[in-house]
Design a protein around this ligand. Structure first.
Ligand SMILES: Nc1ncnc2c1ncn2[C@@H]1O[C@H](COP(=O)(O)OP(=O)(O)OP(=O)(O)O)[C@@H](O)[C@H]1O
Ligand SMILES: [Mg+2]
Length: 726
């Protein structure tokens, strides 16, 4: 099927043709034949790299040309950015929405395509974003994620809610790794498109004894290093002009591999030096310095401990062909288009809490393998597993290479998932009676799979019981409604159990303490917690004893809860060090984390601090100003004394501290100095910027007497959602 013969707008046709795409791949043509442009729902379960995105894009343009609006759901923020870049061309407007979870983001309504994570879409539904009802096409990328125990239920509910709201909407699900596509297609009322066709030959093999064993034969690999097979495999591809992605099981392994690879590659490309310099510019920690040194030689590592900026610098260097090899944890495993000729899946066992080392799922193997051999980037791809003994060669073929991906199943019946989703159904008007609630839940994939769904309905009942007891939901006869508290919790997008914990402690607390609140939040089910090792316990106990009066939560009586209590204390300690202005590098060293982890944790607690402040407004208004200040301190990593300075643009924790230590404790103090004096402390550019801002503010104040300059405070008040019934 030729591109020029397809019913898509001319500008899109031209763009494809200009980029060398003139003909549809066979499974893509299959999608057209099965009703892509006729509004049919499709589940496109075809191999990695077979062009699923292009099918979705054609459908989106078809809708846009008919005044439709498209929502493209992705599992990861990194993938959201890649898709945003891919779709953002002349002729259509694209919006991306992955941020704060309690906003309506009405500005998104002007876009033709909106790329978002499922959590974000759920929060938009809860906050009543009006444009949601304009959506005519829903695309769900990596739809097998419905099987994820922690994130799958949200995706499932989002799909069910959108279908309920917009019954005429077309749905397209995409995935390369679903073991039971029939079941999912059945639920989605979708035509199923399957295929084993891949545009670029992907050769899977197993390495053993200096040879890669393929089904068709073997390939000898030069033994450069005596001890490291993974390195030999990597150098072999680089010698041939290709690039390599190596998947390993831990951050430490990723770093160690990159160091070895850098020492062996020893590139002296000046363009690499520029990348290394960009990384060095912000490098405070040992790990970041090592990363920059590796990149200078042509190798890199990639994991969630890196900051977002570091990760994107590395991805860019790899895409440009400069960085020859990346060793990665699964952060790069799904959906991305990277020029990796050879993917090495070195570790197929991974540590899982409570279960020790466990084999990775087959579908994850296929996702990783599928990063190799992407169209237009490499002539072929190789995906190599490494065997430690000869007998493993055949075993790896059977267990991974030739094994089908796992089936996907609904996790909606797990009670922990249901508290939040049952509340949201009642609070956002999807269900106003017991019958309506059951009827809605009968639309889930779970009931499609299990017919009756008795277990799920039981779990719904017990969630409902909790919600009623916690005064989030009211029950009058057959009718269910959400209280003002319930509506707020649903919109704030926090777990009802977290909300109940926060509110009961706010109500009971005699006096306010930052540490008490932070520890409380770190104990809620919404907050990711650090692991507490045995070697940490002494330090944590001392800390607990020293601050015993500050903690709101008592030491648990049940021995089973002790570990969780200590984990919350350790996490709270990290966050307290952060607001105590401890340098990032020192925090990383003290808690064995990376900068990406600090930002992740700060992001999570900020969202919960924000929610706590809103809950305090309702139940313990005396605490509101303190909590709100704590939120600003946490966002910036500062002590309270820097609050007046932090509102200046361009002033973060480090610069504010420098000014403060020079006696400038507020903008008024700064005004008493000359720009030259500030330049000596902060440099010229930023000094000019500060004075320009102060001047603007002075003028404005002159014009509108009585205006306050609450800065962030005021902005937040306007933009966050706090309008009931709105
Ligand atoms: N008909 C075509 N002709 C040539 N190239 C194409 C065609 N369709 C898609 N491509 C290219 O194929 C590449 C891979 O496509 P895409 O990222 O959509 O794969 P995918 O099927 O989503 O794989 P994954 O399951 O790994 O996410 C893209 O670079 C895309 O431009
Ligand atoms: Mg894809």
């Amino acid at each position: 099927m030729q591109i020029c013969d397809i019913a898509i707008p001319d500008n899109l046709k031209q763009r494809y043709i200009d980029s060398g795409i003139t003909e549809l791949y066979p499974p893509q043509a299959d999608c057209v034949e099965k009703g892509l442009f006729l509004g049919k729902n499709l589940l496109i379960a075809i191999p990695t790299a077979s062009g699923k995105t292009l099918v979705a894009e054609m459908a989106m343009h078809h809708h846009i040309a008919r005044k439709g609006k498209c929502l493209y759901i992705v599992p990861l923020k990194a993938l959201a950015s890649e898709k945003f870049e891919e779709f953002n061309h002349k002729g259509v407007t694209v919006g991306i929405s992955t941020g704060d979870l309690d906003r309506r983001d009405e500005h998104l309504s002007k876009n033709d395509i909106i790329v978002a994570t499922s959590e974000k879409v759920d929060s938009l539904l809860r906050n009543g974003a009006r444009w949601i009802s304009d959506i005519t096409l829903l695309v769900i990328d990596e739809v097998h994620l419905i099987d994820s125990p922690d994130r799958g239920p949200t995706l499932e509910m989002v799909i069910a809610k959108l279908r309920f709201r917009n019954p005429a909407m077309q749905i397209i699900g995409l995935s390369a790794t679903i073991g039971n596509p029939d079941a999912l297609a059945g639920w989605l009322d979708a035509e199923l498109v399957t295929s084993s066709w891949r545009p670029v030959d992907l050769r899977p093999g197993v390495f053993y004894n200096n040879q890669i064993h393929f089904r068709e034969g073997t390939r000898q690999v030069k033994q450069v290093s005596k001890n490291y097979d993974d390195l030999n495999l990597c150098l072999d591809t680089i010698a041939e002009g290709g690039q390599c992605l190596v998947f390993v099981s831990s951050r430490r392994n990723a770093e160690a591999f990159a160091k070895r690879a850098a020492a062996a590659i020893k590139s002296e490309d000046p363009a690499l030096a520029a990348y290394a310099e960009r990384l060095c510019a912000g490098a405070e920690m040992e790990m970041e310095k090592i990363l920059a040194a590796c990149v200078a030689k042509g190798a890199a590592f990639h994991h969630a401990g890196l900051s977002r900026n570091e990760r994107s610098i590395i991805e860019e260097g790899f895409r440009k062909g400069l960085i020859k090899c990346i060793s990665s944890t699964p952060t790069l495993a799904a959906g991305l288009n990277l020029p990796a000729r050879r993917v090495i899946i070195r570790d197929y066992l991974r540590f899982s809490a409570g279960e020790g080392m466990q084999p990775i799922p087959v579908s994850e193997y296929h996702q990783m393998a599928g990063r190799a051999g992407r169209p237009g980037l490499d002539p072929y791809g190789e995906a190599v597993l490494i065997a430690k003994e000869e007998c493993q060669v055949e075993e790896l073929f059977n267990c991974y290479i030739e094994a089908p991906a796992e089936e996907v199943h609904s996790h909606i019946a797990e009670p922990t998932a249901l508290y939040t989703h049952v509340l949201s159904l009642i609070a956002s008007g999807f269900a106003g009676t017991h019958d309506e609630l059951s009827a809605f839940m009968n639309r889930t994939f779970y009931v499609h799979e299990h017919r009756q769904g008795r277990l799920m309905h039981k779990a719904v009942d017990s969630a409902l019981e909790f919600l009623i007891a916690a005064e989030l939901v009211t029950e009058v006869g057959e009718h269910l409604g959400s209280t003002q508290f319930g509506t707020m919790v649903s919109r704030l997008y926090i777990d009802p159990r977290s909300a109940a914990m926060i509110v009961s402690n706010l109500r009971d607390a005699e006096s306010y303490s930052d540490l008490g609140l932070i520890h409380l939040i770190c104990s809620t089910p919404d907050m990711p917690r650090l692991y507490a090792r045995n070697s940490d316990i002494d330090r944590l106990t001392k800390m607990m004893e020293a601050h015993i009066d500050d903690f709101w939560l008592p030491f648990p009586e049940n021995p089973e809860d002790v570990e969780s209590y200590f984990r919350a204390i350790k996490t709270a300690m990290l966050l307290s060090d952060w607001t105590d202005e401890m340098p990032d590098a020192k925090i990383c060293e003290r808690y064995s984390v990376g900068p990406g982890d600090i930002y992740g944790m700060v992001e999570s607690i900020n969202w919960l601090l924000h929610a706590s402040a809103e809950l305090a407004r309702m139940f313990a208004s005396g605490f509101y100003p303190n909590i709100h200040e704590c939120e600003t301190c946490m966002k910036n990593g500062i002590r309270r004394e820097l609050l007046p300075l932090i509102r200046l643009r361009g002033i973060g924790r480090v610069r504010a501290r420098r000014l403060f230590n020079h006696g400038m404790t507020s903008p008024d103090e700064i005004k008493k100095h000359t720009p030259e004096e500030i330049t000596r402390i902060l440099g010229q550019g930023i000094s000019e910027q500060i004075f320009a801002q102060l001047e603007r503010e002075e003028k404005r104040e002159g014009r509108e007497t009585g205006t306050d300059t609450r800065g962030d405070d005021a902005r937040r008040g306007q933009s966050t959602l706090f309008h009931f019934g709105g």
